[in-house]
Design a protein around this ligand. Structure first.
Ligand SMILES: [Zn+2]
Length: 162
C-alpha cells in the first residue's frame, strides 16, 4: 500500500518537472525568434508596393554624350544626372570640359587647376547643350494615316511652319 503511494508521488513529481521544463521551453520561444514571425507584414502589401515602384520611376534627363568644348574641341561631361542624384554637390558645375592641360578655359584655382566649367545659368553656356533633342523617329515606327485632315485648308498648316 505504502509502495503504491510512493510510486504515485514519484510520478507526480516527474510530471511537475516535465511541466516546468515545458514552460521554460515555451517562455524561451515566446521571447525569442518566435515573436517577430507573429508580426509579419500583411501579405497583400508587398506586391502593391512593387507595382507602384515600377511606375514611379523618376524621369531623368539622360546625360548628353555628344558635347564638345568650343574652346579646345574636347569632350564635355554632362554632370546633370549626378547632381540630381546627389552624387555631385549642388554647387558643382553642370558641364565640365575633359581637357585639364591645354584648354584655354582652364583657370588656376586655389587648390589646383580648374577645368573649364559651365553652370546652367552661365552666360557662356551654349544653349544648344541644354535644349531637348528629340531623335528622329524611325520610319518603321511611324504610322502613316490617310487622315481627312491631310487635305485641310493650307492657312491652318502655315501656323506650324517656322
Ligand atoms: Zn575645353
Amino acid at each position: 500500500m505504502n509502495q503504491n503511494i510512493n510510486s504515485a508521488l514519484k510520478r507526480i513529481e516527474l510530471s511537475k518537472k516535465a511541466i516546468s521544463e515545458a514552460e521554460e521551453i515555451l517562455a524561451t520561444l515566446l521571447q525569442g525568434d518566435a515573436v517577430p514571425s507573429v508580426e509579419e507584414p500583411e501579405p497583400a502589401r508587398d506586391p502593391v508596393e512593387v507595382v507602384s515602384e515600377v511606375f514611379d520611376v523618376v524621369d531623368k534627363t539622360p546625360p548628353r554624350q555628344d558635347l564638345e568644348c568650343y574652346l579646345c574641341g574636347n569632350k564635355v561631361f554632362d554632370n546633370r544626372p549626378q547632381k540630381a542624384s546627389g552624387e555631385y554637390k549642388e554647387t558643382s558645375p553642370d558641364f565640365v570640359c575633359s581637357n585639364r592641360d591645354t584648354c584655354s578655359g582652364i583657370k588656376q584655382g586655389q587648390y589646383g587647376v580648374l577645368r573649364k566649367s559651365w553652370w546652367l545659368n552661365s552666360k557662356d553656356l551654349p544653349q544648344e547643350w541644354i535644349k531637348t533633342v528629340v531623335p528622329k523617329a524611325d520610319p518603321e515606327d511611324t504610322v502613316s494615316t490617310d487622315s481627312p485632315f491631310d487635305n485641310n485648308n493650307s492657312e491652318e498648316s502655315e501656323d506650324f511652319t517656322f
